[in-house]
Design a protein around this ligand. Structure first.
Ligand code: HEM
Ligand code: PLO
Length: 492
């Protein structure tokens, strides 16, 4: 018999100009929403050209898992883009660095360091709780005088200090000029790198304003100066015997690679330049701050929209923790509704709705489709998390989805749920992020009820797409809960 070698390509969008017109017809749609809508016409997996790059968009969990897990190594590449090259000195970091021996080595060291100073370490809980305390005292001062606050800078400082302690073994006070400076350049990077993906990934925005590129370069150089300063301080005080933080761990890995001449390790040490270490720390810092802060902001937004969810979390806290002490990590098991709320937040407003693009490292396939080496793959997590076949009424905020039928334990009701990605490129900070979200939210809700100031509209639930999906800015009233106020009086 004759074997036919058939090459099946995914359904292809017409040439670029049409996408441009599609977008101008529906200019309200953000990329993740547009990609979800295009399924109606082209199916769950389709391809399109962006400039000279062939791109596949995946909207269903079966193909998503084939890319991330089953063929994880084949699809572990990252594309190079104009702005991520500026941010990471041509991919010398983990998140935007292409798959290579150096990348693997870096990821391994950082993973081990995060285990040592993060998940597996009691002191990170202390650090988070100290920041929660300081955050709550700011809220308390505002509550006392009935002042409505934009919580964003306060949440950012709290989260930044946790990462500072992890990376640099240091922290910032309110109003510290170095911290204010950091707030500024970070926002500049988020605003412009966000558009970055748009340069290379979304061709209709290819006309990249030069002003943005200038701003990005300026902000990156401010960031690099700060990282360099911290790095130099660490080099001076370095000792092989004490590892205080992530920089020490990276320095130690570098030294031991340099002192070790076995061929395998010295080959790897090629990748341990100072620039690599700096860019890796920049990644952990940036990822650690922007993601967790964003989720906290979404949490507050949704809690304000859903006072009944807030009340139920508070009831759960009152029953299990009470008001004579603060929540701690060991309470996590007895606060399933709070955990379910965090899961629902990560579903309904995924931090990275399109993940970071993946790249096929060799000729391969996806389902029945042929995929050529170098093809970029966008996993539309937004489509997975809003798939009507998997989630009843996907735009409804309902933490109950993640509870079992008795409401006593947690479940994941659908395989179409990947807030941290999966496989070789899975998020490195998942455990840390979950600890922070749990502690910050439980501390806040034990003490306060959050509402919009009287006469204000509820904040918008529509996110702004970028390198992270950001909620709008708005002011919040924190009211001290009656029980907590009584408790405070007794304590005084
Ligand atoms: C990558 C989600 C917090 C460090 C990612 C990816 C997602 C994600 C979706 C991309 C996976 C892919 O491209 O396939 C989240 C969410 C967070 C969070 C939802 C908070 C709730 C953090 C934190 C850190 C971190 C706190 C650092 C301490 C990283 C790094 C990568 C990454 C380094 C790149 C991994 C790689 O490319 O190999 N994260 N993240 N993330 N995340 Fe997170
Ligand atoms: C955030 C701004 C920082 O100044 C630099 C930075 C580094 C790593 C990025 C992060 C930014 C945004 C969120 C990213 C993270 C790596 C993984 C994470 C993209 C740009 C996610 C959610 O995928």
């Amino acid at each position: 018999s004759i074997l036919f070698c058939s090459i099946l390509e995914p359904p292809h969008l017409p040439a670029l100009p049409l996408i441009g017109s599609l977008l101008s017809l529906q200019s309200e749609l953000q990329p993740h929403v547009l990609f979800k809508e295009l399924q109606v016409k082209y199916g769950q997996t389709y391809s399109l050209m962006m400039g000279s790059h062939s791109v596949i968009v995946v909207n269903h969990h079966v193909h998503a898992k084939e890319v991330l897990l089953k063929k994880g190594k084949t699809f572990a590449g990252r594309p190079r883009t104009v702005t991520t090259d500026i941010l990471t000195k041509d991919g010398k970091d983990i998140a935007f660095g292409d798959y290579s021996a150096t990348w693997k080595f870096h990821r391994k060291i950082v993973h081990a360091a995060l285990c040592m100073f993060g998940e597996g370490c009691a002191s990170i809980e202390k650090t988070i709780c100290a920041e929660a305390q300081s955050l709550c005292s700011v809220l308390s001062e505002a509550a006392d005088v009935g002042l409505a606050l934009d919580l964003s800078p306060e949440l950012t400082r709290a989260v930044t200090n946790v990462i500072c302690s992890l990376c640099f073994n240091s922290s910032y006070c309110r109003g510290d000029p170095e911290f204010e400076n950091m707030l500024q350049y970070s926002q500049g990077i988020v605003d412009t790198v966000a558009k970055d993906s748009l340069v290379d990934i979304f061709p209709w925005l290819q006309i990249f304003p030069n002003a943005d590129l200038r701003l990005l370069k300026h902000c990156v150089s401010m960031r690099d100066k700060l990282l360099q300063k911290k790095f130099d301080e660490h080099k001076v005080n370095y000792s092989d015997h004490v590892q205080r933080d992530l920089i020490d761990a990276l320095l130690r890995a570098k030294r031991s690679a340099e002192n070790n001449n076995t061929s395998e390790i010295s080959a790897e040490s090629v990748g341990l330049s100072d620039d690599h270490i700096l860019m890796t720390v920049g990644d952990i810092f940036g990822a650690g701050v922007e993601t967790t802060t964003t989720v906290l902001k979404w949490a507050i937004t949704y809690l304000i929209h859903h006072p009944e969810v807030q009340r139920r979390i508070q009831d759960e806290l009152d029953r299990t923790v009470g008001d004579s002490r603060s929540p701690k990590l060991t309470d996590r098991g007895s606060l399933p509704y709070l955990e379910a709320t965090i899961r629902e937040l990560l579903r309904i407003r995924p931090v990275a709705p399109l993940l970071i693009p993946h790249v096929a490292l060799c000729d391969t396939s996806l389902g029945d489709f042929t995929v050529r080496k170098g093809t970029r793959v966008i996993i539309n997590l937004w489509a997975l998390h809003h798939d009507e076949k998997e989630w009843k009424n996907p735009e409804r905020f309902d933490p109950g989805r993640f509870l079992n039928s008795e409401g006593t334990g947690l479940t994941i009701p659908s395989p179409s749920y990947l807030p941290f990605g999966a496989g070789l490129r899975v998020c490195l900070g998942e455990a840390l992020a979950k600890m922070e979200l749990f502690l910050f939210l439980s501390w806040i809700l034990q003490r306060f009820t959050l509402t919009v100031p009287p006469g204000h509209d509820l904040p918008s639930l529509e996110g702004k797409f970028g390198v992270v999906l950001q909620p709008a800015k708005y002011k919040v009233n924190a009211t001290i809960r009656p029980d907590w106020a009584r408790h405070k009086c007794q304590a005084e």
